[in-house]
Design a protein around this ligand. Structure first.
Ligand SMILES: O=C(O)c1cc(C(=O)O)c2c(n1)C(=O)C(=O)c1cc(C(=O)O)[nH]c1-2
Ligand SMILES: [Ca+2]
Length: 683
């Protein structure tokens, strides 16, 4: 007799459907109905073969359900879905399992990240999602633990500390990836002084298999491998770069080509940013800002291509990679498509790392192009930050972590491009390895070798959806958004491209022409990428919304900022989108007593310790963290209780005791009230 199928959504059902997710299921996903890994498949195309929702009927999309993520900070997660079981993360690395058939919670797992570690990250307490493999869900917690959960129950299976040094600010924001029975994860932290690496763990047991460091360590000790010994020759040791960590964190992109048996990582910026401080004699500083290919069986270096030699601008190469086979000069080539922060679109041969082409996809002022060998031709102003200048792109990049997608049908890459003007200026008083923000006694802190935003920028901000032709290295079409910092993209065989926006809309475009086909308000800004999948013969599109991330902590594009929410849409569904509250904007701060002579000193302290999260008082308007220039005067009058008393510790505001002194408080107050006073319109 036939055994009765378990009820959908039951533990038995979840165990059965998630245990089928393995390497083969993910590698071949373009032919299946699920969304089993962060970028959909190993190639991370984010191109779904589904076409039930298409350019003709997408205008009939409506809300099926919404799910409250109980999150007030940035949401960067791509929802994974397997036979109607969704796994999505919120801020503070909380995992939610949701039943797509009902829109109801199955379980949640909260790794209980201590709120005081929020300050260890540069860019909000975000998480980009989970990995799935043989009945387990993997998540990296913001405090740098790698956690395996039972997919059916959400119960902890194992947990590993991925940090090599708890005194340093290692975090995890990226989604783990599973290849060949191993979970691979890197870290964040290069704004504050860490050494980058990735680690492979056995997916079943959590046992460490190998670790690959992206930059050399202390030359007095043996290098971990040959490749690092060679890399060390591209660094000047006179300032002891290893004491500052060197950087090169792998905080987002990790891809795998099972046929070539190569694992690809994108590496991050230098730590500290300024090359003159990090490596005074110059040098490329390998393997910063590079794509590195690694043998997944051994963890050994295979090849690298460095996109930004001698990084000086936070030009990370961690942005999502797409592996594609495209026709170039009549030949099908296996390539990596990549749009790192530095504003150039790269096509790299993924069999050997050879440079094929690079073309700027936005206006840039640090390089005029790349030579045939793949080296950038830098401009004269690129490294002249003594006076402070508009570095284009700014440190938030012409493209950041927001995933792009590639449609083999149109041959186009759908790329969230932007300009976020932020000036760079050398800090002449910087002492090497000096850190100013963060936890007493630790090496952690914003490294002030360079100031960002110390002088006003003159370039114009923008955010746009670019359809980029990687063969011609040319824009095919664009859609201008109202603000930078928009969501990731999804392309489908229905000839539709989906993207959410910073000011809070979810939109669909014709993938060939760029014509806008549909939009709905989302109540709050969108930064994450959507996913699409089939359940019981019907195609759905889901997007997790929640404003934040590095730009979104201190700035926003709309006065509507609501809680983190997952929305799920289908053709013909008609539920109303929930109403979201308007943010109440306080008046510009007024009436806090201060000594105007203390404003300049207050500025120095504020830029070193506060600006990254709170923005410029009264000039920025606040993102998911309040702008102090719009706070109530009682709060600022009471500043000491927050800065040195930990009054808002539970909300992630650290106690600065030991880093800031009681006599700094009046200086900070002077700056926080002085700036609003200086910009208040005169009556
Ligand atoms: O150097 C690093 O280790 C590191 C880590 C992260 C991160 O983990 O989120 C970001 C960055 N850098 C970074 O430069 C950046 O622009 C950025 C944006 C975001 C975000 O989630 O919005 N994270 C990060
Ligand atoms: Ca960085």
């Amino acid at each position: 007799a036939l055994a009765q199928a378990p009820a959908k959504g039951s533990e038995e059902h979840i165990r059965a459907v998630t245990s089928r997710i393995d390497g083969r299921a993910i590698a071949n996903n373009t032919t299946t109905r699920d969304w089993p890994s962060y970028g959909l498949d190993y190639a991370e195309t984010r191109f779904s073969r589904l076409d039930q929702i298409n350019e003709k009927n997408v205008k009939e999309l409506g809300l099926v359900w919404s799910y409250n993520l109980e999150s007030t900070r940035g949401v960067e997660s791509t929802p994974l879905v397997v036979d109607g079981i969704m796994y999505v993360t919120a801020s503070w690395s909380v995992v939610h399992a949701v039943d797509v058939r009902t829109g109801k919670r199955i379980w949640t797992y909260d790794p209980k990240v201590p709120r005081e570690v929020g300050v260890k990250g540069c860019c909000d307490v975000v998480n980009r999602g989970v990995a799935l493999h043989k009945g387990k869900v993997y998540v990296g917690s913001f405090d740098a633990r790698l956690i395996a959960l039972d997919a059916a129950t959400g119960k902890l299976v194992w947990e590993k500390d991925t940090s090599i040094d708890r005194k340093r600010p290692y975090t995890i924001t990226g989604a783990p990836r599973v290849f060949k029975g191993m979970v691979i994860i890197g870290n964040g932290g290069a704004e504050y002084g860490v050494r980058g690496y990735i680690t492979a763990y056995d997916a079943e047991t959590g046992a460490e298999k190998w670790r690959f460091f992206t930059v050399p360590g202390d030359p007095a000790k043996p290098y971990e491998n040959e490749a690092l010994a060679r890399a060390a020759k591209t660094w000047d040791p006179s300032n002891k770069y290893w004491e500052a960590g060197g950087g090169g964190t792998v905080w987002d992109s990790i891809t795998f080509d099972p046929k070539l048996n190569l694992l690809y990582i994108g590496t991050g910026n230098g730590s500290p940013w300024s090359r003159a401080k990090r490596s005074p004699g110059g040098g490329d500083n390998l393997f910063l800002a590079s794509i590195v290919a690694i043998n997944p069986d051994t963890g050994k270096y295979v090849w690298h291509y460095q996109e930004t030699p001698g990084d000086n601008w936070d030009y990370t190469s961690t942005q999502p990679m797409i592996l594609a086979d495209i026709k170039l000069g009549g030949k099908t080539r296996k390539v990596i498509l990549h749009a790192p922060k530095n504003g150039f679109f790269f096509v790299i041969d993924r069999t050997n790392g050879k440079f094929i082409s690079a073309k700027n996809f936005v206006d840039v002022n640090w390089a005029t192009g790349y030579d045939e060998k793949g080296f950038p031709i830098e401009t004269a102003i690129a490294r002249s930050a003594d006076k402070g200048y508009d570095s284009i792109p700014g440190p938030l990049g012409a493209h950041n972590w927001h995933p792009m997608s590639f449609s083999p049908k149109t041959g186009l890459v759908y790329l969230p491009a932007q300009n976020i003007p932020l000036t760079l200026m050398d800090n002449k008083n910087y002492k090497f390895n000096e850190m100013t923000l963060g936890v007493p006694g630790s090496n952690q802190g914003w490294n002030t070798a360079m100031f960002i935003g110390a002088v006003p920028a003159t370039s114009k901000p923008f955010g746009r959806l670019l359809a980029w032709d990687p063969v011609r290295q040319k824009e095919a079409w664009r859609h201008e958004h109202v603000s930078p910092w928009n969501g990731g993209t999804l392309a489908t065989a229905g000839n539709v491209v989906f993207q959410g926006t910073a000011e809070g809309r979810f939109m669909a475009f014709n993938a060939s022409t760029g014509e806008k086909l549909w939009e709905t308000p989302t109540g709050t800004g969108v930064i994450a990428a959507p996913s699409t999948y089939m359940v019981d013969g019907k195609q759905y599109v889901s997007i997790a919304v929640g404003w934040g991330g590095s730009y979104g902590v201190s700035q926003r594009a709309s006065d509507k900022v609501g809680p983190g929410t997952v929305y799920t849409f289908a053709v013909g569904a008609k539920n109303p989108m929930p109403e979201m509250a308007q943010v109440k904007m306080n008046a510009l701060l007024q009436g806090v007593a201060y000594d105007p002579k203390q404003v300049p000193e207050g500025q120095g302290l504020y830029v070193a310790s506060c600006v990254l999260c709170h923005g410029v008082p009264g000039v920025d308007r606040g993102g998911n963290i309040p702008n102090l220039g719009y706070s109530h005067p009682d709060v600022i009058n009471n500043l000491e209780a927050y800065v040195l008393g930990g009054a808002a510790k539970e909300r992630g505001m650290p106690d600065f005791t030991g880093r800031l002194k009681p006599e700094d408080i009046p200086k900070l107050k002077a700056f926080i009230q002085g700036v609003p006073d200086s910009i208040r319109p005169k009556k």
